[in-house]
Structures are given as C-alpha cells and as structure tokens.
Write a protein that binds this ligand. Structure first.
Ligand SMILES: [Zn+2]
Ligand SMILES: [Zn+2]
Length: 272
C-alpha cells in the first residue's frame, strides 16, 4: 500500500500553517492510499529550559481536542479518496512517562497510529535538551556533558530501548520514529562509531518484533544538509523484513510540498 505514515500539520509550531486539505490533495495527487497525521502532542511544562523553544516544540494542551476534531472532520471529508489515519508522534519522555501515559489514556480511542520517538536526552542538571534542534545546540548540550560522541550515542540507544519498552503497551498501531535521529547533525559532529550503532540497532530487532512495533522509514534526514541519510539504514530495513517487522515510509512532512518526498527511494528498496 502507498502510505505516508509520519506527517505534521498546522498544529505544529515549527511547521507550516497550511490547512490540511493542501497536504491531503498533494497526497492524492501522488497516488497515496493511506495518510497518517502524527502531530507532536503537548509536552510537560518546562520540559526544556527555554520558554521560546517550548512554544515551538509542540501545541499547548488546550489545542489537543481541536486537533482531533479537525482531523476527524478531514477524515470524513476524504473518505473514499484517501484513508486519513489520525495519530500522534508520541515522545518518549524519560522519567516523565506518566505524562505521555495520561495523553494516551485520554485519547487512545481516537488514535489509529502512534509514531514513538526519542527527541530529548538529559543534559546538565538533569534538564532535557533536544537532539534535533541545531548542531551547535547539540554540541553545547551533550558533547561536554557526556564526554564524547560515543557516550552520547550510547545514551541515545539506551533511551530508544526504554522507548520500546514504553511503547509496547500502546493499544494502537505503532512504529518507532526515525530510529537513527541521533545522526541528524553527523556532518558537524565528531565521527560516530558505525559498528557500535550497528550492534545497538541489531539489539533492537527482537524487542521490536516481540512488542509488535513497526519502523518509521523516515526520509527527512535526506533533506537535512548535515545528514543526507535516511534515518533507517538499508541493512536494518532488510533485517526487519526478514523478521516480519513492519516498515512504513515516513515523509515527516512539516509543509505540504514535503508530502511523499523521496517516496521512490523507499519504493525501490522494498520492491514496490
Ligand atoms: Zn516536528
Ligand atoms: Zn520526530
């Protein structure tokens, strides 16, 4: 099935204010059959110690009902033309898992899809910092604090494992978001140990299989000049296929013109 499984909307404040029809018409034009809207849900107050950045990271909690109502209307409007699946890109929130649990408990009945992502790691004083904001911010937050890029990568994969444990209990269709997001700024960071990353990724495979969690084959890294990689290595895609772990293409669109981006890359690799 031609499916874009990871997209954002006007409810994202680091995205684009376009109405949903612009995204959905573009998806139909490109021949998509299913389109998952997976917006960033609200975050705990002061998750990161930067009020301006907090405003950009996610919608305020009071908007979540509007998001579901709006997408429900879109789903009905496009019925028969495009299967609009409503979901969220849930954050794995280390030591604040109960915040995400509360959102899921409240909205699970409305959610067809959950992409589950690690976007934050602890830094100085235990405060959370973004791993995907800017290269300079990454260096400032993590390189000195963890001591080396290898230690940052190790901690990232520790969090991905906790994320899988957390996501295992979700009742809806679920996928792990951009599993190699830690490589977003790779060209501006000290070189990462690829053999170590491979070992850690291999270690995830049985956990994903056991938990019934799929993989978001997220192509947004191809658009980042500091990365120019898909956030899922090809060998990992092959291992997932061998094990029957679902692979779902994800444009991670934050603007209508990003819908379906690099679909051909994905289609070629899975023989579609
Ligand atoms: Zn986003
Ligand atoms: Zn994400």
């Amino acid at each position: 099935m031609k499916w874009d499984g990871h997209t954002h909307s006007k409810f994202c404040y680091h995205g684009h204010p376009a109405e949903q029809q612009e995204y959905l018409e573009r998806a139909i034009e490109m021949g998509f059959e299913r389109y998952s809207v997976t917006e960033h849900p609200p975050l705990p107050d002061k998750l990161v110690d930067n009020p301006q950045l907090m405003l950009e990271l996610a919608m305020p909690e009071r908007e979540l009902p509007d998001y579901f109502a709006y997408m429900k209307e879109m789903k009905a409007r496009y019925e028969g033309r495009l299967d609009v699946a409503i979901g969220l890109e849930m954050d794995y929130l280390y030591r604040q898992e109960d915040f995400s649990d509360r959102i899921v408990d409240k909205w699970a009945a409305q959610m067809e899809d959950a992409v589950v992502s690690v976007h934050y790691l602890p830094s100085r004083g235990g405060a959370m910092r973004c791993i995907d904001y800017t290269a300079d911010d990454f260096k400032d937050a993590f390189l000195g604090y963890y001591g080396s890029i290898d230690k940052v990568v190790e901690e990232y994969f520790n969090h991905v494992e906790m994320e899988i444990e957390w996501a295992a209990q979700l009742p809806m269709r679920k996928r792990i978001g951009h599993v190699n997001l830690i490589r977003k700024f790779r060209k501006e960071l000290p070189e990462m140990d690829q053999a170590f990353i491979r070992r850690r990724l291999e270690g995830l495979l049985p956990k994903l299989k056991a938990a019934g969690i799929g993989v978001d084959v997220n192509v947004a890294g191809l658009r980042a000049a500091t990365c120019e990689e898909v956030y899922v290595p090809e060998w990992f895609m092959n291992s997932c296929r061998e094990r029957g772990i679902e692979l779902v293409y994800g444009s991670d669109s934050h603007r209508p013109d990003q819908v379906g981006a690099n679909w051909d890359w994905f289609a070629e690799r899975i023989g579609m």
